[in-house]
Design a protein around this ligand. Structure first.
Ligand code: AMP
Ligand code: ZN
Length: 462
């Protein structure tokens, strides 16, 4: 398997350190507000990796954290300042931040299941790992990589010479560039030092620590939880593009300063999901959520295919036409699988060749568009020759263990739904409302809901 590594900036061989067993950590959601589609691009990429490894016959241990400690707005500077997003939401909605965190975490699981993102083996919550974080901070203070000042504890960036290796943001570059943006705090030895533990009596979540009551910095959460579940060194760490700096840069500094060992063997970051040329984010403007798109009539698998069709590192513009395109592709696959055919001669040659090419495409830095092209070609060949249909269908189902875009075997086929919809439309036109209502009810019984929109009638699975 060849995979781009953000640290060495090249595509390189990926193989787990323990043969046959991949240990992977994915930076997960901050649970203060329902995640948008940009966030799900990061999780769908992690899911694609997991499923590809499993296709290759490897066992995977996958851990995704839940960031449920409130954190500050300026995620792009190592030591964030500004408002606490969870706290702000809690005050606006007059709710306890713990309540909000649990509610949003529930939505996260709901949405990712809609997108057929497999359950990770663990979803550790930051609030349930405070002792592990404190232990790590204590070790950093003891070995001189961190210092306490007025109830805060800071990591001394100058004590870790390779700081900047992942992101290119070395101390020299930070000095030259962003100095105006770095907030000068009197208790810090260097403006680039970042907080491991914070003292702030106004913060709504507080724990006791050797430095007094306070709460952990965001970066130490992932260092502590990944170490607990995956060990000092593990195979793969993923995230979205904005996790590279400061989050992952700081994780490396903390973890390696504690263990003295390499932290992560391979770093994978997806590209941005964009909207109007900018990354999709609440701050940049409009966002789209999974339930909103489902409400518009897209199936979770349509959205999933839209996210996976583009190469994971390329920017992906959010456009409804691209979702429609994904929907059409899925329709072609599903129709092929369900098509009644006159029995043709068995022939596994085309399917076997496709299997090898499909796998090779994924092994080539997750080339999903090539993998999909292989499937399209196979369907075209079978349709033309009439041979090997059973073998092709079997292989498509196998490929779907990675793609997860086919209808479930017991789902009503799209073609059937559309035939009934057309019949209902005709009934309505001839003002036979009894018949059109009966069709609507029949579809409802089969889990299909019809939506009358300005663009015409659409359907969705309930
Ligand atoms: P957050 O909940 O803000 O910590 O974000 C969760 C994950 O989503 C992080 O890995 C982010 O890097 C990622 N992410 C946020 N916005 C986008 C986007 N527009 N495109 C791709 N990934 C994103
Ligand atoms: Zn993280």
């Amino acid at each position: 398997m060849r995979l781009y590594d953000t640290l060495t900036r090249r595509v390189k061989e990926f193989a787990p350190r323990e043969p046959g067993h991949v240990r992977m950590y994915n930076c997960g959601p901050t649970v203060y507000r329902r995640n948008h589609l940009g966030n799900y691009r990061a999780y769908a990429t992690a899911d694609l990796l997991r499923r590809t490894f499993e296709l290759l016959g490897w066992r995977v241990t996958q851990v995704m954290n839940i960031t449920d400690v409130g954190h500050l707005t300026e995620d792009d500077v190592a030591d964030a300042a500004g408002e606490d997003k969870l706290q702000k939401e809690a005050q606006q909605r007059k709710l306890d931040p713990w309540q909000i965190a649990r509610e949003v975490e529930g939505w996260f699981h709901e949405d990712r299941r809609t997108l057929r993102i497999l359950d990770a083996h663990r979803y550790p919550r930051a609030t349930e790992h405070i002792p592990e974080m404190i232990a790590m901070i204590e070790a950093l203070v003891a070995n001189g990589h961190a210092y306490a000042a007025d109830g805060n504890v800071y990591f001394s960036v100058g004590s870790f010479p390779s700081y900047g290796a992942l992101s290119g943001n070395t101390v020299e570059k930070l000095d030259a560039g962003a100095s105006g943006r770095v907030e000068e705090r009197s208790d810090k030895r260097s403006p680039h030092d970042f907080a491991l533990w914070k003292h702030d009596p106004k913060h709504l979540m507080q724990w006791d620590s050797p430095w007094g009551r306070g709460f952990p910095g965001w970066h130490i959460e992932c260092s502590a939880m990944s170490r607990k579940y995956l060990g000092d060194t593990f195979d793969l760490h993923t995230g979205g593009p904005d996790n590279i700096f400061p989050h992952h840069e700081c994780e490396i500094a903390q973890s390696e300063s504690v263990t003295g060992k390499p932290f992560v063997r391979h770093w994978v970051h997806c590209g941005w999901l964009t909207l109007g040329g900018e990354k999709m984010s609440k701050r940049a403007g409009k966002i789209h959520t999974v339930p909103e798109l489902v409400e518009m009539g897209y199936a979770g698998a349509d959205i999933r295919l839209f996210l996976l069709k583009q190469h994971y590192r390329a920017p992906l513009p959010f456009r409804l036409e691209l979702l429609d395109e994904a929907r059409e592709i899925r329709k072609r696959f599903n129709n092929f699988i369900r098509q009644e055919r006159p029995p043709g001669p068995p022939d596994s040659e085309a399917a076997d060749a496709a299997r090898a090419r499909f796998r090779a495409a994924l092994e080539d830095d997750l080339n999903t568009s090539e993998a999909l092209a292989v499937l399209h070609e196979l369907m075209t060949t079978v349709n033309r020759t009439g041979a090997g249909a059973d073998e092709a269908v079997r292989f498509l189902r196998e490929a779907d263990r990675v793609l997860a875009i086919l209808d479930e075997p017991d789902e009503a086929p799209d073609a059937e739904i559309e035939r009934l919809m057309a019949e209902r439309e005709a009934a309505r036109r001839s003002r036979d409302f009894k018949r059109s209502d009966a069709i609507r009810d029949e579809l409802l019984k089969r889990g299909i809901e019809l939506l009358d929109t300005p663009q015409g009638t659409r359907w969705r699975r309930k």
